[in-house]
Ligand binder design. Structure first.
Ligand code: F6R
Length: 602
């Protein structure tokens, strides 16, 4: 989720690069850097924290006249957000910036670069050293770059500059966006999105996965599998906010559509063969505790609740879940033999942070599942697994939840494996299902369109019940929370089997029931719960792969064979339902009333 910019031309490069990075700030950052190559001389600056720190650092730097430059804002995934880990990374004569994850960076280090002293803890730094390694055995910079790219596994948008060819930017793209722009004065621009290029480039080309090449003033050469490709340019929009949203109406919508790619990042480097590898937990003995306690707020609490089913089922460890604000004052009995897990998107939620400190004081081992490196929670916990969702702009959490769930699922398998709780066959099955999730999360446009049409029926009435059983109960809670937050309609999540113990008294045609009916878990049980509601005239929206004759509305999901695939598909549907209802009601989807993105007070 980092941001990239690049420039070739006469302009003041500092201004273009910093201005471009400012436009990419919405993607998140914890540090930033630029490098400019002019008349053979490279100048490079880096700073941690806000972009303004880099602006101050470069105040006296001027770079007018022909030259090239690259700039980067970083969202830490490998290594802390320090200046050493900020991009650009350099070798002896070359500088690189990169967005994505190089999965085989350790293997590259071992095979090609065993004697190179690395300055950072990043995966990115291998790119520049590998390039310089190949320069020695190549006839051109491009040949060395092509060899470098051929050795990289993972996701990347890369810009590389070298003093050996001081008027060239080498570039490569795979699985993360990279856009190239041009105008009629010969200038060339690069960006992770359109936004930094607006007002500068006249037309842009959206590079495809597997493409790479080099650019000079007026000249761009593009390749794929060593074969030259044509560049296809399109005129560039003039609307910056529209560009930041990648054409979606709201950031929340964009973030729902992004879920497939961000969970791919969550998984990167964490699966080797049929094993979950979590380097971040190398110092933690996962066989040494008797139970797990999870603590969190809001959506993160729902992820925790869902994960408790996974920890008991897959890891065979007792697991309890607490709302952080309740936990703090209940004088909890804390056992140093229990692993204490906190989940937080922002890493700054006051209640969760205080709960973490209490657990630590009592001697419990602590683990944070978090999206923001160097946040207060990450700095406090003994160990952290980063969820890698990138910044989330929509106040209602979507992709953060999806990545939390993936991280927790990975963790439950990791713990299960180390405690010998999972047999090989079961593990193979889980791995297969896990790797299928990015595909499951691709939004089905037909379903989105159907939800758009359906949403007009669900604007009034006296309330919503989202119901589900097992792991679909926390998903029902999350679906109801999404709807509440952005539509301001009353919605509750409830365990389907519990409806007859009270809430069914509310059932009439003005009560909307959203029923999550997976085929892989307790289908017949929930079916009878839903029949009971239908008999009391509740209006029913059923989400299921199995057609249900009593439903008023029906969204048919795919016939997955694993409950987690059904879980993730239904998650997307409930998010889109909330989005469409909110849009119809004319609400501000991204900034709902009374809510804040980071809750740093009690
Ligand atoms: C809901 C939402 C909130 C947060 C909660 C905890 O869409 O975003 O419920 O989940 O405030 O925040 P974090 O995860 O930052 O600790």
């Amino acid at each position: 989720m980092c941001g990239i910019v690049g420039y070739i031309g006469e302009k003041e490069k500092r201004d273009f690069l910093l201005g471009g990075l400012k436009e990419l700030e919405y993607r998140g950052y914890d540090s930033a850097g630029i490098a400019v190559l002019k008349e053979g001389e490279i100048s490079s600056f880096k700073a941690t924290g806000k972009l303004s720190n880099l602006v101050s650092k470069t105040e006296d730097f001027s770079s007018e006249g022909f030259g090239i430059g690259i700039g980067h804002t970083r969202w830490a995934t490998h290594g802390k957000p320090t200046e050493a880990n900020a991009h650009p990374h350099w070798g002896q004569f070359s500088y690189v910036i990169h967005n994505g994850i190089i999965e085989n960076y350790k293997e590259i280090k071992e095979q090609f670069l065993p004697h190179i002293p690395f300055l950072s803890q990043t995966d990115t730094e291998v790119i520049v050293h590998l390039f310089e390694y190949f320069v020695n055995e190549s006839t051109s910079g491009f040949e060395a770059f092509e060899k470098t790219v051929a050795h990289l596994h993972g996701a990347y948008a890369i810009l590389l500059i070298t003093q050996k060819e001081p008027d060239v930017i080498f570039f490569a793209k795979n699985a993360v966006p990279l856009i190239l722009g041009r105008n009629n004065t010969g200038e060339i621009f690069f960006g992770s999105s359109d936004a930094p290029l607006i007002g500068f480039a006249k037309e842009v080309s959206y590079l495809e996965d597997g493409q790479y090449g080099f650019a000079k003033a007026n000249v761009v050469s593009l390749f794929e599998n060593k074969i030259a490709q044509n560049l296809h340019y399109k005129p560039l929009t003039h609307d910056k906010l529209f560009a930041q949203k990648d054409g979606y109406r709201y950031f929340m919508e964009k973030e729902i559509y992004e879920q497939s790619s961000v969970v791919t990042e969550t998984l990167m480097g964490r699966i080797k063969g049929n094993e979950v590898v979590l380097d971040e937990l190398a110092g933690m003995d996962v066989t040494g505790f008797n139970a797990i306690k999870i603590c969190a707020c809001g959506t993160s609490y729902h992820a925790g609740l869902a994960a408790s089913y996974l920890f008991e089922r897959l890891s065979k460890v007792r697991c309890s879940v607490e709302i952080a604000s309740e936990f703090r004052y209940k004088e909890p009995l804390l056992d140093p033999k229990t692993l204490f897990i906190v989940i937080s998107q922002s890493g700054e939620t006051a209640d969760t942070l205080e709960a973490l400190k209490m657990a630590q004081k009592s001697g419990m081992p602590t683990l944070a599942i978090c999206n923001v490196d160097n946040s207060s929670i990450v700095r406090t916990a003994d160990a952290t697994l980063l969820t890698r969702a990138g910044i989330e702009k929509g106040v209602a959490s979507t992709k953060a939840f999806a990545t939390q769930m993936m991280t927790l699922w990975l963790l439950s398998l990791y713990v299960g494996h180390h405690r010998n709780a999972i047999g090989t066959e079961k593990m193979n099955e889980e791995m297969k299902a896990l790797l299928h999730i990015p595909l499951v999360l691709k939004v089905d446009e037909a379903i989105h369109e159907k939800l758009h049409r359906l949403s007009k029926r669900y604007l009034h009435g006296h309330g919503f019940f989202f119901i589900g059983r097992d792991i679909f109960f926390p998903l029902a809670l999350e679906g109801a929370l999404k709807l509440k937050e952005i539509s301001y309609l009353h919605a509750e999540g409830y365990p389907a089997g519990e409806m007859k113990h009270g809430p069914i008294a509310l059932a009439d045609s003005e009560l909307f029931t959203i029923a999550l009916m997976p085929r892989t878990l307790l289908y017949d049980k929930i079916k009878s719960n839903v029949q009971e509601l239908s008999a009391r005239d509740s209006t029913l929206l059923v989400i299921s792969p199995e057609p249900f004759e009593l439903s008023d509305d029906f969204i048919q999901t795919h016939a997955h064979t694993h409950p987690m695939a059904e879980f993730f598909e239904m998650m997307v549907i409930t998010q889109l339902l909330a989005l469409e209802i909110s849009i119809r009601l004319g609400n501000d989807v991204d900034m709902p009333r009374n809510l804040a993105k980071s809750v740093t007070v009690e």
